[in-house]
Design a protein around this ligand. Structure first.
Ligand code: CA
Length: 505
């Protein structure tokens, strides 16, 4: 990955046997699995093992050239302290603006743009989830055929709303996440709520006056299941269906129009990563991130435990010292959050990451942050906050796939890009998810789940630049509704999972 590295990874399908000779002249002394590291030179005990020109660990014993360098041979470095970070010191970013690219989208009253036209039913509490599921099925069967321009009807169900310390300071995170998801651009500004009645998260607390624009004399549209007028289950279902009709009528009247690419709001994340993630898929996404920022669009990267070890690079790229400070603040908050649970960033890596060749969180992080490209970081969001301007943002979220996706939805994402090496069928009901495979083997086996094969970079068939442009063009097609992702095709929808760092009662 860098001329100074003393390890490289084996790209060959099935790995390489002991005795294989690398083009550099090194002979393997161990069998090295695909995606795993091989020592290019002899590495003496306690010296740094360099990948991406970053110490991903220190050798626990002498490692001969040609040996398999796995996590049991490495001592992981400590996380860098969060003081004395470089702030906004990177050279100016002089990329040419990219003009003339458009997609067909739904323009909303608040100026945001949807890539899909969906009726979303907000829920205040988990207790109503079964009723909302039942009602959503009824709406799909009985109402939706009359509204052909509406793509879908979904219930925004979650595990929050009651049995929680709702006045604890950190409760603001799940509450504002739900509030902001209900305003996601793909829902066209139509907000309807189903509430139980006795729950802690009352509708007025979730959506206080001013949270969503309402006409004069118009109240928040709430169906309360415990209301006296409901006699029997079917009366609840009838109420939800009756409430849905005016929303469906307004959504159905909308039409796609030509929109500049600057209105894309793309959330990028990875899951089920392997050692190829930082070689193929994430660099392709990073190249595309730069194209999007050049086109004036908004891109969010996230996953705090996968950014922590790169904090120095990130604060250097901040567009101002204030943005650098905000990034450091998010890292400090997360360090403390992990510390309360007697854990640290190293809790991130999975058995699959390690089987895929990623020795530890430092190596994983260096591959993960490449998704952010090279543009200046011009905004930072705390978990559950909504975007206020365009450009490249750090949206602080856990790395957990379904929690990261949920928080990026709250920020206002209208398109999601997800890279994977081990493979995941991840998908969201709320926005299209474009999945990018890091390896050709995965793309071949999961041919009807992966939308893009970035493994072609490792195969020598495409450059990072080629794949970045391919992804950019695919985004415009998917955003326009002209192309469906595989997750949309099969309707693979992960649940919303709220980040609730506050106590449960
Ligand atoms: Ca993730």
């Amino acid at each position: 990955m860098h001329a100074a590295d003393n390890v490289a990874i084996v790209v060959n399908d099935g790995g390489l046997p002991a005795g294989a000779v690398l083009p550099e002249g090194v002979t393997l002394v161990d069998r090295v699995p695909q995606g795993h590291k091989v020592a290019l030179t002899a590495i003496t005990k306690d010296t740094a093992v360099l990948r991406y020109n970053v110490p991903i660990g220190y050798a626990l014993k002498d490692i001969p050239a040609g040996a398999w360098v796995h996590e049991r041979l490495l001592h992981m470095p400590e996380a860098r302290a969060l003081d004395n970070l470089p702030k906004s010191t990177a050279p100016a970013w002089n990329a040419e603006p990219l003009t003339g690219y458009t997609f067909e989208g739904y323009r909303n009253a608040d100026g945001s743009v949807g890539t899909r036209n969906i009726l979303a039913i907000t829920t205040t509490v988990q207790c109503v989830a079964g009723v909302v599921d039942f009602a959503v099925q009824r709406i799909k069967e009985q109402l939706l055929p009359r509204y052909p321009n509406v793509d879908d009807v979904i219930g925004l169900e979650h595990s929050y709303g009651c049995g929680v310390a709702i006045d604890a300071p950190d409760a603001i995170i799940p509450i504002r996440t739900l509030r902001n998801i209900s305003k996601n651009p793909n829902f066209g500004g139509e907000v309807m709520v189903v509430s139980l009645g006795c729950e802690k998260l009352q509708p007025e607390r979730l959506l206080p006056p001013g949270a969503i624009p309402l006409q004069a004399n118009e109240a928040l549209d709430v169906v309360c299941l415990q209301a006296d007028k409901h006699v029997g289950f079917m009366s609840m279902i009838d109420s939800v269906l009756a409430s849905a009709v005016p929303h469906l009528e307004r959504l159905n009247a909308r039409r796609r129009e030509t929109i500049p690419a600057s209105e894309l709001v793309v959330g990028v994340q990875c899951g089920g990563s392997d050692a190829f993630s930082g070689v193929t898929a994430n660099p392709a996404v990073g190249y595309c991130t730069d194209l999007l920022v050049r086109a004036g669009a908004t891109v969010m990267f996230s996953e705090t435990t996968e950014v922590r070890d790169a904090i120095e690079q990130m604060t250097a790229r901040a567009s101002s010292p204030e943005i650098a400070d905000a990034m450091a603040r998010e890292m400090a908050w997360y360090d403390a959050y992990l510390g309360r649970g007697q854990a640290d960033r190293s809790a991130n890596t999975t058995p699959g990451n390690k089987a895929g060749g990623l020795s530890n969180i430092v190596e994983k992080a260096m591959g993960s942050i490449i998704k952010s490209g090279t543009a200046p970081i011009s905004g930072v969001l705390s978990p559950g906050e909504k975007l206020q301007h365009k450009g490249l943002h750090y949206a602080a979220t856990p790395a957990s796939d379904f929690i990261c996706g949920t928080l990026q939805l709250a920020a206002g994402m209208n398109l999601h890009v997800f890279t994977t090496g081990r493979g995941t069928p991840y998908g969201l009901a709320e926005v299209p998810v474009i999945k990018v495979a890091t390896r050709t083997d995965l793309a071949r086996r999961w041919h009807d789940l992966m939308d893009v094969n970035a493994g072609r970079i490792a195969d020598g068939e495409a450059t990072i630049e080629d794949m970045g442009w391919e992804l950019f063009h695919l985004m415009l097609e998917v955003a326009s509704g002209r192309k469906k992702t595989w997750a949309e095709h099969w309707k693979l929808h992960n649940s919303l999972v709220l980040f609730n760092p506050a106590p449960i009662t």
